[in-house]
Design a protein around this ligand. Structure first.
Ligand SMILES: Cc1cc2nc3c(=O)[nH]c(=O)nc-3n(C[C@H](O)[C@H](O)[C@H](O)COP(=O)(O)O)c2cc1C
Length: 255
């Protein structure tokens, strides 16, 4: 009897100590996680903007230096206006897209975006204060998963500077080839909009021409037609009226 009580007491004490340790370390590591997530975001913005490559091992100081010319701004997606009074560090578009009071239902779309956040964060590449490029967050359905990434456009709001995905679960060697540097190298110089201002960029089945001869089309991923189509759909959605279209129009006017 006595020993049963001792065992139970010991087990309870072990549980209590473990619970305190786990919750304590979760709290202690929280700020580190936030910092790491922010650094990861900065790295990916740099990759899209062509200011760093994934094979570079950038330490904290190098990352901060590279990111020095980049200014994050909060944008009202509906009007396309920047919200200078809102601190970008306080806005997580993916979180806001999941909340009813900071997002709205998306029109039916093949990228399968269900809700659009009211505000997003755009990264302006501004060396010496002059706008060179904008980096926009994009996401949309591939074959197996939602692809999350960034597309960078030159200051004309039309010419692609780069594209990168930081999260997806497409098949390595098939849809996963969205991460292949050789495929990503096909993007700079492509034009996302037609002369009429429609987002017409397309990942085609098979091969496309050079950016000069075939500006709106990019080679498809071999054996991954669905993922390729997903990339087309998500870019067209986020560059269109429901996404960053209004912001890009303002950019054009400011030129
Ligand atoms: C195990 C497995 C994984 C696949 N992964 C992908 C993928 O990540 N992306 C994709 O578009 N298609 C993928 N596919 C292929 C599609 O299921 C489909 O066969 C293909 O898109 C059709 O034609 P395609 O060869 O013209 O791309 C996969 C197929 C299999 C069997």
């Amino acid at each position: 009897m006595n020993s049963a009580r001792t065992i139970l007491g010991f087990a309870a004490a072990v549980c209590l100590v473990c619970a305190v340790l786990v919750s304590g370390s979760a709290v202690a590591l929280r700020s580190l996680q936030v910092e790491n997530a922010e650094r990861e975001r900065q790295r990916n913005v740099l990759y899209a903007a062509g200011l760093a490559t994934p094979d570079e091992d950038l330490d904290e100081a190098a990352l901060a230096a590279r990111f020095g010319d980049i200014r994050a701004v909060v944008v009202d997606l509906e009007t396309g206006e920047e919200l200078p009074d809102v601190d970008p560090a306080t806005v997580d578009p993916l979180v806001e897209a999941g909340l009813a009071d900071s997002s709205r239902p998306a029109p039916d779309n093949p990228a399968r975006i269900r809700r659009i956040e009211d505000r997003s964060v755009v990264y302006r590449v501004e060396p010496a204060g002059r706008l060179e490029a904008v980096v926009l967050p994009v996401r949309g359905q591939g074959l197996w998963s939602v692809l999350y990434g960034f597309v960078a456009l030159e200051s004309d709001g039309n010419t692609v500077r780069g594209l990168t995905f930081y999260d997806h679960r497409e098949t390595p060697g098939l849809g996963g080839e969205v991460d292949n540097p050789a495929w990503k190298a096909l993007w700079p110089g492509r034009r996302v909009f037609s002369d009429a201002g429609e987002a017409v960029i397309e990942v085609v089945r098979g091969a496309a021409g050079s950016p000069l001869d075939d500006p709106h089309r990019v080679d498809g991923l071999a054996g991954a037609t669905m993922t390729s189509r997903g990339v087309t759909n998500l870019l067209r959605f986020w560059l269109g009226e429901a996404g960053f279209g209004p912001y890009l129009e303002q950019l054009d006017e400011a030129d």
